[in-house]
Write a protein that binds this ligand. Sequence first.
Ligand code: PLP
Length: 477
Amino acid sequence: MTPDEFRRHGHELVDWVADYWSSVGSFPVRPTDPPGAVAARLPDRPPAEGDGFAGLRADLDAIVLPGMTHWQHPGFFAYFPANTSGPSVLGDLVGAGLGVQGMLWATGPAATEVETVMLDWLASLLDLPERFRSTSAGGGVIQDSASSAALVATLAGLHRAGGGTWRTDGIGGSRYTVYTSTQGHSSIEKAARIAGIGETGVRQIEVDPATLAMRPAALRAALAADVAAGCRPAVVVATIGTTSTTAVDPLPEIGRICAEFGVWLHVDAAYAGAAAVCPELRWTHSGLELADSYCFDPHKWLLTGFDCDAFWVADREALVSALTVMPEYLRNVATESGAVIDYRDWSVPLGRRFRALKLWFVLRWYGAAGLQAHIRGHVALAQRFATHVAADDRFEIVAPHPFSLVCFRLRAGDAASESLLERINATGRYYLTHTKVNGAYALRLAVGAPQTTESHIDEAWSLLSTAASDILADSPK
Ligand code: PLP
C-alpha cells in the first residue's frame, strides 16, 4: 500500500468509524446470532492474491457489525465501561503509523519520555501522592491491563519479601502469602498463580456486609495467623471500586497494617480510579500515600480506548530490580549511563507500543474540565437511576453507589431478579449484567458509554419497571 493509497483508504475508514459512532445507538446492543455465525461468514482461507480494499469496507458492515456487542452503545450498562473517543483513536492511529517499538529509551526516546510525562500529568490530574511521580523515587508506566498491573505488583512484592532474591516457594522454609478481600478481582489470584504462589497462598479477607469493603481487623488477624504458622506475607491488594459493587476498602487502616507487617500494598482502582479527576470524588484516595503501587484503567472510564492501564510505584527501584534481566543484545550506552528509563523493566513484555500518544491526545483534547464533566455526567446519570429504583418499593438497592454503578434487585427474590435481567436484555436496547451481593442475585447497571443521556436512563427504568410488573403478575401469589 503506497502512502497515497493509505491516505485514500484511511479517509474512507475514518468516515466509516465516524458513521458508526453516529449510528451506534440504532443497533441492538448485543448480537442475536448464535455462536459460529461470524466465523461462518468468513472464507475458509486467506486470498491467494491480495484483493485490495474494495470489498473490505462492505465486509465490515456484513460480517463484523452483525456480530458486535456494542460497548460504545448508549444502552451498554454491562460489566464496567470500556469507553473510547475520537482523540484516543487518533492517538492510536499515529502510534500505529509511527510503528515504533519502545522497549528501551534508546529504541524510542519520544515513546519513553512522553509516557513518563503523561503518567506524571495523570498523577497531578488525580492528585496522587508525590511519591508516585517520576520527580521523586517513584514513577508511572502504561500496562496493558489492571491484571498485568496486579502481576507486576505481585512480582515486586515477592522480590522485596525475599530480600531481593527470586524464590517463589518462599524464603527460609516459609511460604509466601497474598491477601485481598473476598471482593478482590480474580486477576489477583491469577497473578499469584503466575508468580508461582498457587491458589493455596491467596487469602480472601472478609468484608463488612453493609459496605462490602475489606475489614481491617480480619486482615490483621489473617496476617498474624500466617506469620505464626511460618508463612511470609508478601502482598496485600486493596481495591478502590470493587468489580461487583464498587466498594472502597479502607486504605488508611490497611496501609498501617501493611507497614506493620512489612507487606507490599497494591491498590487496584481499575474502574473507579478515573473518578478522582473530580476533587469531590477524591476521598477514595485517603491513605493512598501508604501504598507501594497503584493502578487504574483509563481504558475503562477515561475516554481512552483499550488497552491502557496506568500503573505507578512509589519505589521504582523495587519494581525494576524485580523485573530486570539484561541479555547482551540489549546493552547500550544510554541504559548503562543510568540516566534513562527503559520501560521493558517495568512490565512483562519486552516490546511496547507508543500507547502514551492516545493518553496525550485525550488529556489535551478534553483537559481537566472536559474529563470532570464526563465523570460527573455519568455519576449524575447513575444517581438518577438510583432515585428511580429507591422510589419503587418492589425494588431494593443492595450496595452503596458512589460512582456510576447501581446494584439492585427485586425484593421478590433471585428468580424474579434473574427474569428481570433476561427481559431487559431481550429488548436489545439495553445490556445489563448481574452479580451476587451477600449471596443474593442482583442486577448491575453501570453507566459509562459516552453517548448515554438521561433519556436512556429513564427509558431503561421504564422498561425495567414494566417488566417487573409482568414478572410479579406471573409469579405465584
Ligand atoms: N480490577 C478490578 C477492580 C476490575 O473491576 C477489573 C475489571 O473489571 C480488573 C481489575 C481487570 O481489568 P483489566 O481488564 O484491565 O485487566
